[in-house]
Design a protein around this ligand. Sequence first.
Ligand SMILES: C[S@@+](CC[C@H](N)C(=O)[O-])C[C@H]1O[C@@H](n2cnc3c(N)ncnc32)[C@H](O)[C@@H]1O
Length: 386
Amino acid sequence: MNGIAATLNLAGRTALVVGNGDDARRYAEWLDDHGAGVSLVAPAVRASLAAAAARRRWTLHTRELRDADFDGCHLAVAASDSRDFNQTVIDAADRRGVLVHALGCTEHSTVTLPLRTERVPEGLHRTVGSGRVYLVGAGPGDPGLLTLRAREVLARADAVLYDRLVAPALLEWVPPAAQRIYVGKAASRHALPQARINALLVDFARQGQRVVRLKGGDPFVFGRGGEEIDTLKAAGVAFEVVPGITAALGCSAYTGIPLTHRDYAHACTLVTGHLKDGTLDLPWDALVQPEHTVVVYMGLGGLALLCDELIARGLPASHPAAVIQRGTLDDQRVVTGALQTLPTLAEQAGVRPPTLAIIGEVVRLRERLDWFGSLAECTGETLAAV
Ligand SMILES: C[S@@+](CC[C@H](N)C(=O)[O-])C[C@H]1O[C@@H](n2cnc3c(N)ncnc32)[C@H](O)[C@@H]1O
């Protein structure tokens, strides 16, 4: 067959699946997982398929296929047990100019989908096929901060599932034929729910694919890497973890604010400043220790609350603090101030996520150690004036 490798973007588009059994269900689930709206047609459907259709809100037509079923569809999949019938679906799709993949008829299909349909018995716990999932840290933003191991793994990937904060340039390492799937994640607004991401990872690996789960920063620092591995382990899928430079380290280096320093801080704590029900649940006593740096991920929304609470718990209002927006990237912005002034300064500067806050005496070192920020800086206030 003479073909070209391409990537289908089905998000928000309709895919028609024709068939009544497990193959149809698996294709429908897979298309759904990739963002397509699924329309399913079969004269009679198995209970498992009907249940999946109801659960996933697919449009289900329990009747013979009609030409009009192709209207508004971008892709059709013929997944019946009959090769002859699948061929008639190809003919009908061709008449309507709709791309089609038909089981058992690859040579006449206009599209060959990578999903294979061999079944893994439910509940089987073993390492399946030669597929493997690589949980890879993409670093904080600057594409040059990717590790060599991560680059190696990306270059051999069959599929890559990537997050919102991953630098687009990193996808250039991925082979052109590999699937690239955006799985989003802006605070709690996920393009794909975590359960669906986990299911996709397992699904791809079971097809024998090398799957890269590319995550911002490091997978094990506020990255849900542990949860994803739990799912892989339970499904018997082999995996490897490739660490990445976490935002705290990237922002520290690119702002000239060391997280520890013999004269200023002997310890450092990373916390999430994500608000739960409008409050912050943090180990406050640990955070207000002397000679201690606190790094706050996801903390812009709760910054004022955080600073107020740290003052209330004993830190001086003049305690140095900084907010870094899009650290390590060319448009990195840094606002420095003190606990009392930082929330207002950040607001006045129009700071937007993703941001990291660094709180501690080490912030004073920025004036001496900065090498990057002088390119394009937004400094709210010099510490000398605090
Ligand atoms: C869900 S956490 C993921 C952290 C990631 N696993 C890591 O190790 O950096 C996302 C948060 O990381 C922080 N972050 C990630 N990249 C950043 C950057 N380039 N500049 C500032 N903060 C960043 C922000 O606080 C953002 O809300």
